[in-house]
Design a protein around this ligand. Sequence first.
Ligand SMILES: Cc1cc2nc3c(=O)[nH]c(=O)nc-3n(C[C@H](O)[C@H](O)[C@H](O)COP(=O)(O)O)c2cc1C
Length: 412
Amino acid sequence: MTDTRRASIILGITGGVAAYKAAELARLWLKAGYAVQAVMTEAATHFVGAATLQALTGRPVLTGLWGSTLTPTLSREGERGQTLGPNRLDGMDHIHASREADLIVVAPASADFMAKLAQGRADDLLSTLCLARACPLMLAPAMNREMWGNPATQRNLAQLIEDGVRIVGPDSGEQACGETGLGRMSEPQAIFDAAQSFLYNGTLAGKKVLITAGPTYEPIDPVRGITNLSSGKMGYALAAAAREAGAEVTLISGPTALATPAGVARIDVTTAGEMYDAVMEKVAGQDVFISVAAVADYRPAETGAQKIKKDERPLTLNLIPNKDILASVAALPQAPFCVGFAAETEKLLEHAEAKRKKKRLPMLVANLAQHALGADEAELIMLDDKGSHPLPAADKLSQARRIVSRLAQFLN
Ligand SMILES: Cc1cc2nc3c(=O)[nH]c(=O)nc-3n(C[C@H](O)[C@H](O)[C@H](O)COP(=O)(O)O)c2cc1C
């Protein structure tokens, strides 16, 4: 998937105790800006209320094959009140809904439902929708450990994997029936992450991406320095998203307490000068350079060898400008595709577009500094030659995936 429209997920829910966790899963997708259509089997409705899912997703829950939605009285006006699909009255929900979905995820998937799918049966809306689908299908099985270990379930599992169905979990642990073993549904966050990497996998395959992240630290003396409030979260999220999309990622990081995303090569630096040198050493052969680091514009002209002692007189620091890393990379004869970040405290669009033009960047992501620095969420605007594209507030990894998605469109 390479566009930035709201991706659509069909969340299938079958009859198991873990059905209550489907509400949390729906919430994660909604928070990340996805449209979610819940489809429940009749058995599922004994475990979790359709009203909960309708209230969360803002769409009537689909259930029966014969045109029934659950809790239609909760329906709201506009998009949030519509079911996924053109909402025609032709009784073809199973076709319309699956045509608009980017992915179907069944969580929990019961032993019964897996058996049904493995045989290609279609005797309720969810199984019919899975059979009629034109998009990938992912299952998160959840059942008692003996049910999971039963040769019949394992046969069905093998068949489903052979048919190209993605399986997430199950996990091992304490079960609703009081037993302990393999069969617990994976946690909603793990299912969400698996779906994300599945949706975005491969869009940057074969590409080399260089990213800077975090603050820099310019020493004044051995114990003091000039730095800023950048946490590095956005840059690290971009490194994770680019890696997830199949890129070979090198992350040049200022001082942060963050863990290196899996599969990413990290180089630690402290000052803007060190970051400049590291970038220039690594930039050759890169397809993309994403400059997220909050690089100090100035550094002290001199760094004291010893701690500066306090006295009553005013102290003046002489600051000299640092080299502009992004502009230097963008000006290289064989420059990679450059993406800049602009954190502004006022006139966001105006200042950001001026920066993009001045540095001749094909793409720039703007945010309001006072809201973004250090926070887990960000509200962003992507600027490129085709105009501005707002990214409503979401967690930084979700935003990073959207930026990577847009980037992939340019590169491919
Ligand atoms: C209290 C209770 C809990 C159940 N939990 C599970 C479960 O966790 N996993 C499972 O595969 N089946 C479970 N079942 C059995 C399914 O609900 C049953 O097989 C049902 O027919 C599944 O229908 P569906 O696949 O159409 O949703 C449970 C049944 C009951 C009564």
